[in-house]
Design a protein around this ligand. Structure first.
Ligand code: ATP
Ligand code: MG
Ligand code: MG
Ligand code: MG
Length: 560
């Protein structure tokens, strides 16, 4: 591509509203432009990188036997009602109506759609296993879009779904995807760690997130200093050395992170639903075990995090309980009069002021507490463990780091196949629900994470595998015929060799051209200057300081 013909609006200045390096560099390199908060358009330098990541994903998934399809982003509400998630998804799901007042959403994820496809096509065990994927735009009305394409309202996701006859099959599919993800991120030169993760609203039992350690990450990850234990803070569990009291022992049992039904909790606490919210919080061993009631009123399961020394996080479903809690929290907005035995933080009012916090002892409460000011962290950022806690696996101490979640894999089990009737007839003639897994990667976020790891003060340093172009040929002075002719010839020759090459034929000073190529992060540069009269050009790699004068016939050997 000739750069004089390209839309490549590089910026010298650091854009004022871009807080993190990858966001700044994507804007400065002319990869993306903002249209609205959390909504970006992709320009030529951007889309080439994103497409390369997509193609790496395709290649690695297809090696594992996955097949690509493409589903509609516009999804009828009926499918979500069948799975029970129409009411669960909350404000993040973008909903709309067609001209006949029928409900639709813009897909934030596609479990229901894939399950619907499969239930229509699969009848027998002979047709399984299957793994289907798509690379498609997702819509999520994020509460806090930020950091450029790291968290947007519309982004490209590769989402894959596996369909197996039994748990053993799912284990294999999950392992295959784990390996594919490891290979994908390795090919993007992204240093990452798979960590145990929470299954959240998607459901299921086992899940791993692929985390890129980075100060700008919005997740906290817990690593063991000694063994391979690694988990998202939401999921992390410490060895409890203080489990001395009966109370603590009991807590340990029930507070196994995971999804519990409201009945299970009621049973454990031996309480009826209406008392339940008032009793979950207490001080044990000097540490407050707090309860956070999140405002997602439609959630139909209760999720309990690890409680000891941390925060129990649960979401409510049961209408009666929701009512009880809602009534109990009257007073959020106004003066608080309740002397209740709980901490209540409603998702919707998490940023609001004047919460009641406390222990399950009357009068042990602080009124008008402010989240952030009086508690650490933000909603969704609860510390289950600290650096002084001990690893459950080996007893060594933990290290805590921030991370960017670039990929996430789940064993779903039969949640969707059961609710939506995706069954098959097994060898024994019995009808059984298909056992599913789901697997996501954020394409643009992956690119941003690569920039966070690969840059210097001059700009991006793309790994060759996902660079928008491999090489740029820079004639120092386009008005010098011998330079321009040699550069054009080289350009054609490199193209015929299959090198993705740019020719910087713009009428600019060489310094400007060098700055642009470094900012954009093109891995190799060949400068055609005065030495061309002796058949020599300057060769430089983006990630190295040295420049070397080489003869034209050496070029081929130098191209990586
Ligand atoms: P997060 O915890 O960051 O909100 P998530 O857990 O909601 O992400 P998943 O539903 O697991 O995301 O989606 C799979 C992948 O899609 C994520 O691992 C991430 O790479 C990407 N992704 C999710 N939300 C966004 C977003 N708003 N903008 C860009 N990429 C995203
Ligand atoms: Mg999210
Ligand atoms: Mg997440
Ligand atoms: Mg996730």
């Amino acid at each position: 591509m000739k750069m004089s013909k390209m839309l490549m609006p590089t910026l010298r200045e650091v854009p004022a509203d871009a807080e993190i390096t990858s966001h700044q560099l994507m804007l400065r390199a002319g990869m993306i432009r903002k249209m609205a908060s959390g909504v970006y358009n992709q320009l030529p330098m951007g889309i080439r990188v994103f497409k390369k990541i997509e193609n790496i994903i395709r290649e690695e998934l297809e090696k594992k036997g996955c097949q690509e399809i493409l589903c509609s982003g516009l999804i009828p509400a009926e499918l979500w009602k069948e799975s029970g998630r129409w009411d669960v998804m909350g404000a993040e799901m973008m909903r709309l109506k067609d001209r006949n007042e029928r409900d639709f959403c813009l897909g934030p994820t596609h479990e229901e759609v894939f399950t619907d496809i499969i239930r229509q096509e699969i009848t027998s065990y002979k047709q399984l296993p299957l793994n289907l994927y798509q690379i498609q735009v997702k819509y999520r009305d994020e509460r806090r879009p930020r950091f450029g394409v790291m968290r947007t309202k519309t982004f490209t996701m590769k989402d894959a779904y596996s369909f197996d006859v039994d748990q053993e099959g799912l284990d294999k599919s999950y392992q295959d995807m784990f390996e594919a993800y490891t290979n994908i991120f390795a090919r993007c030169d992204l240093d990452n760690s798979p960590v145990q993760a929470d299954t959240g609203a998607i459901g299921g039992s086992v899940s791993a997130e692929f985390m890129v350690k980075s100060e700008v990450g919005e997740d906290e990850i817990v690593f063991c200093s000694n063994c391979d234990y690694a988990a998202n803070m939401e999921k992390a569990v410490a060895q409890s050395s203080e489990a001395s009291t009966e109370e603590m022992k009991e807590l340990k049992e029930v507070h196994t992170p995971g999804v519990h039904t409201i009945e299970e909790l009621e049973n454990f606490f031996k309480l009826s639903a209406d008392k339940f919210a008032k009793t979950l919080v207490y001080v044990a061993d000097g540490k407050t075990v707090a309860v956070v009631v999140r405002g997602d009123r439609e959630v139909n399961e209760v999720k309990v995090g690890n409680a000891i020394g941390g925060v129990v996080e649960f979401e409510l479903a049961n209408e009666a309980t929701v009512e009880a809690v809602t009534n109990a929290t009257v007073g959020f907005a106004g003066p608080i009069e309740i002397k209740a035995d709980y901490v209540l933080i409603d998702n919707e009012v998490a940023n609001a002021r004047n919460l009641v916090v406390g222990a399950n002892k009357s009068e042990y409460h602080i009124e008008n507490a402010n989240y952030g000011r009086d508690f650490e962290g933000t909603v969704g950022d609860f510390r289950n463990v600290t650096e002084s806690d001990k690893c459950t696996k080996c007893g060594s101490h933990f290290e805590i780091a921030r991370g960017v979640e670039v990929g996430h894999i789940f064993k779903l089990g039969t949640k969707y196949s059961e609710s939506m009737g995706a069954n098959f007839v097994d060898k024994d003639g019995k009808s059984k629900p298909i056992v599913m897994g789901c697997y996501g990667i954020g394409v643009e976020r992956t690119a941003a994470a690569v920039i966070e790891q690969h840059h210097d003060e001059n700009g991006i340093i793309w790994p060759l595998s996902i660079a928008p172009y491999h090489l740029v040929v820079v004639p120092v002075n386009i008005k010098k015929a011998e330079q321009m002719e040699a550069a054009e010839k080289l350009y054609a020759q490199l193209q015929s060799m299959g090198v993705e090459v740019l020719l910087d034929d713009r009428d600019e000073r060489a310094g400007v051209k060098f700055k642009d190529s470094e900012l954009i992060g093109i891995p190799m540069r060949i400068t055609v200057g005065k030495d061309i009269t002796e058949g020599k050009v300057e060769f430089k790699l983006r990630d190295q300081a040295d420049k070397e004068l080489i003869s034209l016939d050496e070029i081929e050997a130098r191209i990586k």
